[in-house]
Unconditional design. Sequence first.
Length: 407
Amino acid sequence: MTTAVPSADVLGAMLARVTGVLARELANPTERTPDWSDAEWRLARAVCAIQGISGLLCTCLRWSDAPGPWRSFLEQQRDHTAVRHRRMREVLLELDSAAKTHGIPILGMKGSALQRLDVYAPGERPMSDIDLLAHPADAAGVAQILCSIGFREDSVTERHVTFVPVASRAPSLLGECAANDVKIELHTRAWEQLGVCSVDATESIFPKNTDSPGVHSYPSIPALMFHLALHTAGNIGLRTLRLLQLHDLARVSARLTASDWEKVVRLAGRDERQAWWLFPPLSLMHRYAGAAPQPLLDYLRSGCPRTLTGACEQLGIAELSLCHPWIVLFPGLFWTRTVPEALQYVWSRLFNTPVAVHTRALRENPSLVNTRWNRLSRLGRLARWARGRVPRVGTLSAVEAAFADAI
């Protein structure tokens, strides 16, 4: 008998409960297997895909009497992730050789840098794409290089240009698949929107030795930590945080000394009033993945708005990620620090960007383009918000894929 997808009334609560259990087990593994229903075990697979934690759970879980299909899912996800790890490393090596030939320096950001530092074992950390940062003057040259090694331009957004293999394929809808395309996102700026404020990390993270062509890593471990924290902060504001990001921060923070932490804060701002945005990602890291220095958290908290510190204490990983299945009209309102900023943010969400959170999900899952929600006009969407809860496309696609597979 096929298990039905939980009703809308209970889906959110079930996702939150399952997410909480998996987050705790990832931080502190126990031998107590949860007494879950078949629907909850299926939702656990969706949560793993949403949070990017299948490989890590496969390594650390101690549930000896968990259902066989659950263990098989984690093992398959780890194996698929390991294959993609090798493929991405090969692409980066080819790109590095071509960039050196053309005399162009490039920064391999986030997952590429973590891979280069062997922060994770192969199969532990998924990478949905390869993020590159290049000088604006070199962007055309990098695009030509990518085309020469078998990629083509696919889409252009305010943040980046996406390249896909010439013979691209539709991706698997649940988790990692070795056959999924290796995609590349080319950036000329590294920035995040936090409420109505924009924080630009480009100058701080781009390699200083730009006379040396090729694919570079960050100029320092503090620069890597700074950028990972900034990217995490941006996802918190959109409520698209992934538990994997907090573990990224924890793994890198374990390599930082006290003087390194001082450098991270200096990159974020001259004092706690400018580095205030560091508090949310580091406090959530401290809560879910690994300890941050308490004096540092106290220092950052002193410059952070109370609404934001309160949100970090009250909201959990489920509410701040795609495991919350409902669209929040003003997801980053708690990032605003004054009444004028709040009004500016509300205006922007209502009339400029109320559906921006769906862009990535729709790009990665072309089959979702014709959903009823995506066909609604802006006014139609606002009317739906006024009448009640609106489901998030990315959440439902993962949930439906988890329930579609026969197990």
